[in-house]
Design a protein around this ligand. Structure first.
Ligand code: SF4
Length: 468
């Protein structure tokens, strides 16, 4: 999960990119970077940490020019170190290039092994660099043509932005797995992972890039190119988890308003698994909209029975060994006056490892709840994602190794229900078969090379997924 933003033809482009990344911070808090073109050379600033901490006014002054792009990172391939922070900037026979990538290639390891065996030297362990190597190895007359040639070789999930001395290029994989949107800021084209970035800037959402589409921005104008002929294009396979959890609820992705999709999922959850209760309480922030939908459908009052501390960053360091294990209390605290003596329907978006949910149930019980009924606004997550979302191995996913009753007992909930797959997909406006559902069904429709699969199993990403 990463956030990308780029803009062309606008003075102080890095400042707009900074704001765009700020709006996309929820998509990755591990590292961030911006590269700009000032008409003579690329300038780049990258670092570990969050956007607001890394980009002071002084740092932004070191990024002049009217073309820029940036990235917020959450590891899905490669380790969490500064060398893997993006943008990746290189000098090639095509001129200077800077690249950012949201997604995960499913033949990145295979391609990398092949490139290394023929002498390529990589600066990073991230799969993104493979694309730059491919471009440099088979240069075509223009950067756009070279990128399109490279994209014929790679497979998997990519929403990309590439900056050169000539243009800013946006590209989306032919499955359309990750979102990528085109916007307009006072006549200057801009691109973002989600529309909330445009809202912050006052830019207009023009449209989502088509799967397999490349849009070239230069001199404030855009040109569209198709990488794949229509008859070569695979069936769209957009990540349904974007709608369930990853995208911000005030964004539009894949043509749907995320807030409305989540409200509908909550309503459907209430229809599928109603239970006698006194109130609906969301696990903030992820369960907010689904809980609201559940409340509206069931007629039960919606109560903010859990309060989240918004100032806990991913880099929170517990002060002393002797007072460790604050656990979930660092992030959440119950409102006893609301919960005590009540039968609570607790709504969250998903259960991954199952390490946090029992603590939240216990917290609600300790606050005096008479009953706790857990409701989850998507099906059981039982398979890892190979398309750009940080998830543990299958063995670590609680739904892969436990039955529904076992998970309920493990949570110590009075009842547990997940939204059905059909119920979830029915809340999205496009046909069910245009969405990826692999983490719920194991149906990996986009092939994964044997080498990439082996690498993912041997070295699963260990970034904090919000669960202790
Ligand atoms: S496996 Fe799940 S998280 Fe990954 S792309 Fe598919 S739907 Fe999204």
């Amino acid at each position: 999960m990463c956030g990308i933003f780029g803009i062309d033809g606008k003075g102080d482009a890095a400042n707009f990119t900074y704001l765009g990344l700020y709006a996309l911070q929820h998509r990755g808090q591990e590292s961030a970077g911006i590269v700009s073109w000032d008409g003579e050379r690329l300038h780049v600033e990258r670092g570990m940490g969050q956007v607001a901490d890394l980009f002071s006014a002084k740092v932004l002054r070191r990024l002049p020019g009217a073309r820029a792009l940036g990235h917020t990172r959450y590891s899905t391939s490669g380790t969490s170190v500064i060398a893997n922070a993006q943008p990746i900037v290189v000098k090639t026979c095509l001129g200077p290039l800077g690249l950012v990538h949201n997604g995960n290639l499913t033949n990145g390891v295979e391609l990398r092994n092949t490139l290394e065996s023929t002498g390529a030297i990589f600066q990073t362990t991230s799969d993104t660099e493979v694309i730059l190597h491919l471009m440099a190895r088979m240069p075509r007359p223009t950067v756009v043509e070279s990128l399109m040639e490279a994209l014929q070789e790679v497979r998997g999930a990519y929403s990309l932005l590439l900056i050169s001395d000539d243009c800013l290029i946006a590209a989306r994989d032919p499955y359309g797995i990750r979102p990528l949107l085109l916007g307009d800021l006072d006549g200057s084209p801009c691109f973002a992972s989600e529309s909330c970035a445009f809202d912050l800037l006052g830019a207009t959402l023009v449209r989502e890039l088509e799967p397999g589409e490349v849009v070239v921005a230069s001199g404030g104008k855009t040109t569209e190119v198709q990488v794949f002929h229509l008859d070569q294009r695979p069936h769209p396979t957009r990540c349904a988890f974007e709608q369930v959890y990853f995208a911000r609820p005030d964004s539009r992705v894949f043509g749907d308003a995320v807030s409305q999709a989540r409200l509908a999922m909550g309503r459907q959850l209430a229809r599928e698994s109603a239970v006698p209760a006194d109130m609906v309480v969301p696990v903030p922030d992820s369960g907010l909209f689904a809980a609201l939908g559940y409340s509206r459908e069931s007629g039960l009052p919606f109560e903010l029975g859990l309060i989240r501390n918004h100032y806990v960053g991913r880099t929170f360091i517990e002060p002393k060994q002797s007072i460790r294990h604050f656990g979930v209390r660092i992030k959440l605290n119950p409102v006893r006056e609301l919960i005590a003596g009540q039968r609570v329907v607790l709504v969250d978006d998903s259960i991954v490892r199952g390490t946090t949910a029992p603590k939240i149930v216990k917290m609600v019980r300790d606050a005096g709840a008479a009953e706790v009924h857990m409701r989850i606004s998507c099906p059981p997550t039982a398979w890892p994602c190979h398309y750009g979302i940080d998830m543990p191995t299958r063995e670590e996913l609680v739904a892969a190794t436990h039955s529904l009753d076992e998970i309920r007992d493990f949570l110590d909930a009075d009842s547990l229900a997940y939204l059905s797959l059909d119920g979830m997909l029915g809340c999205l406006s496009d046909p069910a078969e245009t969405y990826c559902t692999a983490c719920w069904t194991g149906d990996y429709r986009i092939p994964i090379s044997a080498e990439d699969k082996r690498q993912a199993e041997l070295f699963p990403i260990r970034a904090d997924d919000g669960e202790e």
